[in-house]
Unconditional design. Structure first.
Length: 304
C-alpha cells in the first residue's frame, strides 16, 4: 500500500482517498482482458480486499444502506477473479503438500491429480478471462464503483467513525476465535480468517499513526492470516478430492492425500490458535482506547 493517511486530513476523507486509489489499482491491474496473468488477477483481488476493508472503517459514516450496497458490489466484482485464483491455488496447495510430505504420495498418482487440477484451471481461465463476456461486467462494475466512491457523503469524520469500524472488526475476530476454539469447522475457520484479514488491512491503513507498534501487530495478523489461508486452501482441496470422484478416480491415493491434508491442517490450526490468542488478548474496549490515544496523539502534532 503505497499511499498513506495524512495527519492534516480528516480520517474518513483519508480512508476514502485510499479506497479510491485501490479501486483505480484494481482497474489498472485488470487492464486488457486477453493479457491477464495470475499476477494481475492477484493484484486486482488484493486491491478489492483493501477496498472492502476500507468500507468497514467508513461504515458509521456511510450508513447501513450505502455500506451494504457498496460491500455487495465490490464483493461481486471480485468473484470471477476469486474463481480463477482458487483454481491456481489448488495446484500450488497440492504441490506444497507433496513437498512437505515428500515421498509419502505416489508420484504417478500425484501427477494424475495435478493434471486434473490443471485441466480445470485451464477451463476456468478460458471461461472467465478469454471470452468476450468474461471480465467485461467486472470492469464496468468497478468503473461505476469508482464514480460512486467519489460522491460518498461522509458527514461524520475522524476517530468516531474509524474507531467504531476498527472495534467492530476486532470484536468480530475475537468472537470468531472463540467459535473456532469450540468448533473447528471449515466455515468457522473461514469466518475467522476473513476477520483476521480485515483487521490486518485496518492496521495497515492506520500504520502511520504509530508505526513501530503497528508493525508488530501487522506482522502478527499477517502470519495468522497466512496460517488460516493455508488451512482453508487445504480444506477446499480436500473437498475437491473427495467429492469430485470422476476427476479423481484413483480413490486409494486420494485417501492417502486426504490423510496428509488432515495432518497438515491440524498442525496449522494449532499454530493459528496459539497466535490468535496473542493477537486478540485485549478486550475490544481496551484495544480501542489504546488506539484512540494513538490517533489523538498523532493528530495533535499536526496542529503544532
Amino acid at each position: 500500500m503505497g499511499a498513506l493517511l495524512k495527519r492534516t486530513e480528516a480520517g474518513t476523507r483519508g480512508i476514502r482517498r485510499l479506497v479510491r486509489k485501490e479501486i483505480a489499482q484494481a482497474r489498472k491491474a485488470l487492464g486488457e482482458i486477453d493479457s491477464l496473468g495470475d499476477d494481475s488477477i492477484h493484484d486486482a483481488r488484493k486491491s478489492l480486499k483493501r477496498v472492502r476493508a476500507g468500507l468497514r472503517l467508513l461504515r458509521e459514516a456511510l450508513g447501513a444502506r450505502v455500506y451494504r450496497r457498496e460491500n455487495a458490489a465490490f464483493r461481486d466484482s471480485a468473484r470471477p477473479l476469486t474463481e480463477v485464483r482458487d483454481a491456481t491455488v489448488m495446484l500450488q496447495t497440492l504441490d506444497a503438500l507433496a513437498k512437505r510430505y515428500e515421498g509419502e504420495i505416489d508420484p504417478a498418482a500425484l501427477e494424475r491429480m495435478r493434471q486434473a487440477l490443471q485441466d480445470e484451471r485451464s477451463a476456468i481461465r478460458e471461461r472467465v478471462l478469454e471470452t468476450a463476456s468474461g471480465l467485461a461486467p467486472v470492469k464496468v462494475s468497478l468503473q461505476e464503483g469508482a464514480q460512486r466512491a467519489k460522491d460518498w457523503t461522509l458527514d461524520r469524520r475522524g476517530w468516531s467513525v474509524l474507531g467504531a469500524g476498527l472495534r467492530r472488526v476486532y470484536e468480530s475476530g475475537q468472537d470468531a476465535l472463540a467459535a473456532v476454539q469450540s468448533d473447528r469447522s471449515v466455515d468457522k475457520l473461514h469466518e475467522w480468517r476473513k476477520q483476521v484479514k480485515y483487521l490486518w488491512h485496518h492496521l495497515k491503513f492506520l500504520r502511520p499513526v504509530r508505526p513501530a507498534i503497528m508493525e508488530k501487530l501487522i506482522e502478527q495478523a499477517d502470519a495468522l492470516g497466512d496460517l488460516l489461508g493455508d488451512d482453508h486452501d487445504l480444506a477446499i482441496l480436500r473437498q475437491k478430492l473427495t467429492e469430485e470422484s470422476e476427476s479423481f478416480p484413483d480413490r486409494e491415493p486420494v485417501a492417502a492425500v486426504v490423510e496428509l491434508i488432515e495432518r497438515c491442517r491440524n498442525e496449522l490450526e494449532e499454530e493459528a490458535l496459539a497466535l490468535g490468542k496473542q493477537l486478540y488478548e485485549e478486550s475490544p474496549g481496551a484495544f480501542i482506547r489504546r488506539f484512540r490515544k494513538y490517533w489523538r496523539g498523532w493528530h495533535s502534532t499536526a496542529m503544532v
